[in-house]
Design a protein around this ligand. Structure first.
Ligand SMILES: C[S@@+](CC[C@H](N)C(=O)[O-])C[C@H]1O[C@@H](n2cnc3c(N)ncnc32)[C@H](O)[C@@H]1O
Length: 304
């Protein structure tokens, strides 16, 4: 008898699982962006990250995730109350990687509202998304500099293999999370990122009908099956991953990521660290949240 799959049942594919959909989506945003790079930003027209379109805004997910990541209890938070905590294992300028960054709104919120000051990289496979996020970044950074609030640079490292991304820099890069290798990119930090974010990207990948050959089993697999293991490699040992999904329940998100099999390229695995609570609604006798945010912590590297 064949053994049962180690993951929840697949979703039916939809156009949200195609690159063409996202290219058009962000091209439309680019066409409608009202500030050109060269435009002056008026003092009374300061851009506000919470005005940007962000996935799952209707259920308050961007605000809830920001509140979680900047709370006194989250170890990477600038507001972390570290009395009694192990200071040696704490990064004061945590690096952040945003997977499927879209317009970059999650990183802008962390930087310009949340007080995160470390390196930030937003990646997306859509060139239009990256172009839009870079354009918005230049706008935010020039506006916050004129305010004297935040010291940050926006860098594009794609054209130069040798340019590093220093502390405090923010960059947006084209990367296909399934087919590219992040550790081969010039912006990759050796040990991986302290904090990795995914809001709606695993959802989009789960809606793709595309398959890849899994060399370990010599079988074709839906790309969402390969994704959790790829993400595991991007988080540094003892670092964090926050996944926000509306297509999978909290338990399904937990099942996908705690079963991530790294195929020997990292010794760690994901363990549930915390979950964000959303208002519960009842429909047809079933209770649900509509959206799930689960925070995972990667275990320490046992080979050290
Ligand atoms: C639902 S949107 C979420 C955007 C953003 N995270 C937010 O919360 O507003 C999903 C994003 O994932 C990106 N995406 C989907 N598949 C991808 C892949 N294989 N590699 C990189 N980005 C991908 C899409 O281009 C899109 O920007």
């Amino acid at each position: 008898m064949p053994s049962p799959p180690s993951h929840p049942t697949h979703l039916d594919p939809s156009e949200l699982g195609t690159k063409e959909y996202w290219d058009k989506y962000y091209q439309n945003d680019l066409d409608n962006a009202d500030v050109d790079d060269e435009d002056e930003i008026e003092d009374d027209d300061q851009p506000d990250p919470s005005d940007l379109e962000s996935w799952f805004d209707d259920v308050g997910a961007p605000a809830k995730t920001l509140e979680f990541l900047t709370s006194e209890t989250f170890p990477l938070s600038p507001n972390y109350n570290h009395s009694g905590a192990d200071e040696t294992s704490r990064s004061h300028h945590p690096s952040v990687l945003d997977l499927g960054t879209g317009n970059g709104s999650a990183l802008f919120a962390l930087r310009f509202e949340g007080g995160y000051t470390g390196r930030m990289v937003g990646v997306d496979y859509s060139r239009q998304s990256v172009e839009l996020a870079r354009k918005l970044a230049r706008q935010y950074i020039s506006s916050s500099r004129s305010d004297g609030n935040v010291d940050a640079n926006v860098e594009s490292n794609s054209n130069s293999k040798t340019s590093g991304t220093g502390e405090g820099e923010m960059s947006f890069e084209i990367l296909d999370l399934i087919h590219d290798t992040p550790s081969e990119q010039n912006w990759w930090p050796e040990a991986g990122f302290d904090l990795v974010l995914d809001k709606g990207t695993f959802d989009a990948i789960s809606l793709s009908s595309a398959t890849v050959l899994d060399s370990a089993t010599d079988q074709e697999r839906r790309i969402c099956e390969m994704y959790p293991a790829k993400v595991l490699e991007m988080v540094r040992p003892e670092g964090f991953l926050l996944v926000t999904s509306c297509n999978w329940t909290e338990d399904e998100v937990v099942s996908w990521f705690t079963n991530a099999d790294s195929r020997g390229t990292t010794t760690g695995k994901f363990e549930v660290y915390d979950r964000i609570r959303y208002p519960v609604f009842e429909f047809g006798g079933q209770k649900g949240q509509g959206v799930a945010s689960v925070c995972f912590r990667k275990t320490a590297d046992e080979s050290q």
